[in-house]
Every structure is written in C-alpha cells, then in structure tokens.
Design a protein around this ligand. Structure first.
Ligand code: ACO
Ligand code: OAA
Ligand code: MG
Length: 291
C-alpha cells in the first residue's frame, strides 16, 4: 500500500532537477517531456530522461513520465525511449476520450512485449485538460485496466474554458467534482492539478484542504516547497487517528462477540463509519493497523 499525495514535476530538460528530484520527499515524480520542455529541446530532453531513468536514483518514489500528446508526432518516440527503462507509469496529457487511451494502450502492449516487460505493467495516468476530456472522464477512466488515475489539468483547462485561474478556484469546482466522481466510479485514483503560485503557502493550504474534502488522493506539485505543505494537510490529526483506532477496535471486538452495531463516543459505529476510520489510518501511514 502506498500513498500518492504529491507528484513532483521535473522538467525533462533540467539535469539538476531530474537527478535531485527524489530527495525532496514527494510520493511520486513526473519526469516531464511535455509543456516544461521547449519544442527545440524535445529530442535532447527525451535522451536525457531515458538516460537518467537508467542511471539515476529515485528512492521509493512512484516514477512516471509525462509524454507529449497523441496529437503530436512525438508521443510514440517518447514511449519507446522511456518504457523499456522500467517505470511505474506514464502520464498522458490532454486526453479527450477513450480512443486516446486505447491508442496509448496498444503502443504500450507492443513496446512492453519487445522489451520483455510483462504486458500491462506500465500504468496510465490521464490528464483531462479540455472541456471534452472532463466531459468524458468516466469513459477515459474505464478505457483500459492500465488507467490507475485521472486528473484535471487546471492551467490548460481554464484556457479551454475561456476563463482564468482565480484564487478561489470557482472555475475549476465543477470539473474537479466530476473527476473525483468518475475516478471513484471506476475504482481508480483522482489527483488534483498543480498550484501555480509557488510562494503562497496559505493559498496552497486552502486549495489542498478543499480538494481533500472533495475526495482527491493527492496533488501534482511544481516546486519542492509545496510537498510538506500538502502532506501536512493530508495527514490526519492525532485526534482523528485516536478516534479511528477506537472505532476499528470496537468494530473488531463487536464482530468477535457476534454483535452488530456498537457505539463509540455516543455515536453508532456501522460499516461506513468503520470504512472511513480504516481510510483515516491508511492515510496516516498506519498500514499494519488496518490489515
Ligand atoms: C502547467 C504545467 O504543465 S505544470 C508542469 C510543467 N512545469 C514544470 O515542470 C515546472 C517545474 N518547476 C520548475 O521548473 C521550477 O520550480 C520553477 C521554474 C517554477 C521555479 O524555479 P526556480 O526559480 O529555480 O525556483 P527556486 O529558486 O525557488 O528553486 C529552489 C531550488 O529548488 C529546485 N527546484 C525548483 N523546482 C524544482 C522541481 N520542480 N524539481 C526539482 N527541483 C526543483 C531548484 O533547482 C533550486 O535548486 P538549487 O537551490 O540547487 O538551485
Ligand atoms: O495540473 C497539471 O498536471 C499541469 C497541467 O498540465 C495543467 O494544469 O495544464
Ligand atoms: Mg497542461
């Protein structure tokens, strides 16, 4: 079991960031070949990323690569360069519908076979950054068993919606709710978009608190200083952990004694309450207590 609260973007043309990115404590890394890389550097970034995947260090981070969009002539070359290196997954930008996922899935099948990697190993995280992509969120999430997460891409999406990113995030509220709903219906993870104001910790806490409440599992990150801020919002408080432990213990005892409903702190404890308590302990990293 592994938490995926923060995924740090590392520009694919920046050797310093690519080599040191794993040291900052994020749960995952996204080596980026798409929008962080200028058009004239696409080939050199692909070579650099592939080399660093082979020779670099990544600790326990979930390692993914954001490839270029399927509307370019770069995405298959990207896959061919990075998939044989043995990564956890790829992030596909600007996914508009299930057919995009199926095209990537087919290419992955071929590349994994040729590389002697078990077919299906490389997961797909889909970025939904157009109105059409958000509209098709559930179909995208179900398009291949490789899809293990979907996320709204707030920067591109606000451009497509003909609006601007506001401090309050009003313009992203509907898309975010739809992405979480689609992800949960499909049984996969939902990650939130990046927070672009790197020096605004207060704004980041506010946004993370909001997206956590909506049900997101984590957030993409552009700067190392954002990681601990997000982790602290996702970390349950001592009080929440204590209560969750007592709920799980009471439920266990009730089941051993053949009892149905029990109460903790004067509140009925039934199956959904236990489920939420287990989730709180999981989020606190107390995996052994929920086995
Ligand atoms: C809309 C989208 O598609 S978002 C995804 C694509 N965008 C990206 O990947 C951008 C990722 N982020 C960055 O490139 C940078 O954080 C920037 C350009 C926003 C700011 O960079 P800087 O001005 O260098 O920030 P700052 O001076 O605060 O950096 C402090 C240190 O953190 C390092 N750092 C900053 N961002 C990152 C990062 N994403 N990954 C790893 N290290 C980083 C810097 O290299 C610097 O290290 P140093 O002290 O050894 O020189
Ligand atoms: O949120 C992300 O992953 C970044 C992105 O591509 C966007 O916002 O357009
Ligand atoms: Mg984008």
């Amino acid at each position: 079991m592994k938490l995926r609260r923060t995924m740090l973007y590392l520009p694919g043309n920046n050797p310093n960031m690519l080599l040191r990115g794993w040291l900052f404590g994020s749960d995952g890394l996204i080596l980026d070949l798409e929008d962080a890389v200028a058009v004239h550097e696409k080939d050199s970034a692909r070579i650099l990323v592939s080399r660093i995947l082979k020779e670099g260090e990544f600790g326990d981070c979930d390692v993914t690569v954001r490839i270029n969009g399927v509307d370019t002539d770069l995405w298959e070359k990207d896959l061919e360069a990075v998939v044989p290196c043995g990564i956890d997954g790829i992030r596909v930008p600007k996914v508009e519908g299930p057919e995009t996922v199926r095209a990537v899935d087919e290419a992955l099948n071929r590349i994994e076979k040729e590389a002697g990697i078990a077919v299906g190993t490389t997961k797909i995280c889909c970025l939904l950054e157009t109105a059409q992509g958000i509209w098709n969120a559930y179909d995208v999430a179900k398009a291949s068993p490789r899809v293990d997460a979907i996320c709204p891409g707030g920067e591109d999406l606000t451009a497509d919606l003909r609006t601007q990113r506001s401090v309050e995030g009003t313009e992203l509220e509907g898309p975010r709710r739809r992405v979480v709903l689609a992800a949960r219906a499909a049984g996969i993870d939902a990650f939130d978009t990046v927070f672009p104001r790197i020096n605004d910790d207060e704004g980041l806490v506010k946004e993370t608190t909001f997206i956590k409440q909506l049900g997101f599992d984590g957030k993409s990150v552009i700067h190392p200083r954002q990681i601990s801020v997000i982790h602290s919002v996702f970390m349950p408080t001592e009080k929440e952990i204590d209560r969750a432990r007592r709920i799980v213990a009471a439920a266990k005892e009730a089941s051993e004694r053949g009892l149905g409903a029990v109460s903790v702190d004067g509140r009925m404890v039934d199956a959904p309450v236990v489920k939420r308590a287990v989730f709180t302990l999981t989020r606190a990293g107390l995996f052994e207590e929920v086995q």
